[in-house]
Design a protein around this ligand. Sequence first.
Ligand SMILES: Nc1ncnc2c1ncn2[C@@H]1O[C@H](COP(=O)(O)OP(=O)(O)OP(=O)(O)O)[C@@H](O)[C@H]1O
Length: 293
Amino acid sequence: MFIQLDRVSKRYGEKVVISDVSLQIHQGECLVLMGDNGSGKTTLLRLLAGLIYPTEGEVLRKKNGGTKKTLNRKTGYAIDRLPVTNFTAMEYLLAMGLMQGLSKKEIQYQTDKWFELFGLIEDKNEQIASYSKGMRQKVNIMQSLLGDPELLLLDEPLSGLDRNSQRNLIQLLLEYKKTKTTLVCASHEPYIVSELADRVAEMQRGKLIRLLQPEEIVTIDTTLVRVTNLSEAEAKLLSTAEGIIELSIQSTQSKKEAEPELTIIMHSSHSDLLLAHILAQGGSIQSVTKEEK
Ligand SMILES: Nc1ncnc2c1ncn2[C@@H]1O[C@H](COP(=O)(O)OP(=O)(O)OP(=O)(O)O)[C@@H](O)[C@H]1O
């Protein structure tokens, strides 16, 4: 199975949102869509999901010598933000799975594994409305995986997830890739590109401006550092320093120290300087893990 976009354009009124995009997506590959806000990534995912149709051109799914214009049910789509509903996570996933024709038993079997993996087992019968952003994102990803789709469309899949959950999700997606699931991810995350991408498509104002092949994808070595004893103000300042990719703050209300624990992902090339800076500010470095490609 592969998907072919043939001179696809999408307009809303006079506004051209996708402009003359031609692209083949191969079975089992992971294509990452990158580009600035508003460049058309989500619209391209919606076209691939068959939720909207091109104004011009065609999106075709070719399988076993045949060609289908519409994409079938074996497409999973995690939208950029799961809306708040009155369902519990389990009720929501059951409803989504039943709509796809899965049995209750199948849905429970699949979702139990994921609830465990994402650390949500205790919360699965709580209302989604009471969930944090990251917890909601986990449910969003789970619904997209129901029924083992052939094509998985993920809009900013790492958004809101803590580093451990990001790692677990990447591992899970790598498993899906091994079973020849085709992945298309809209993402700004270097982590997604370095771990999953076979090709990167760069969008600009609705146009596909560059398609990077595997050998052209430059992966970066990153270092994960856990730090305590830095104030929130110092952490905020640090987050803007050159070489910092991501800085998250976990509050330590249960612990005695007033300062939060920071998880910092940085470019390895900047780590010596940044670690020296953290120590000079009185920070205590709890762990340093190099993630080399
Ligand atoms: N239903 C719609 N009606 C009119 N314009 C739309 C509609 N959907 C999207 N657009 C416009 O299309 C453009 C591309 O939007 P899209 O959401 O695809 O971008 P994106 O690359 O996913 O952005 P982001 O990184 O912010 O998620 C934007 O200018 C947006 O305003």
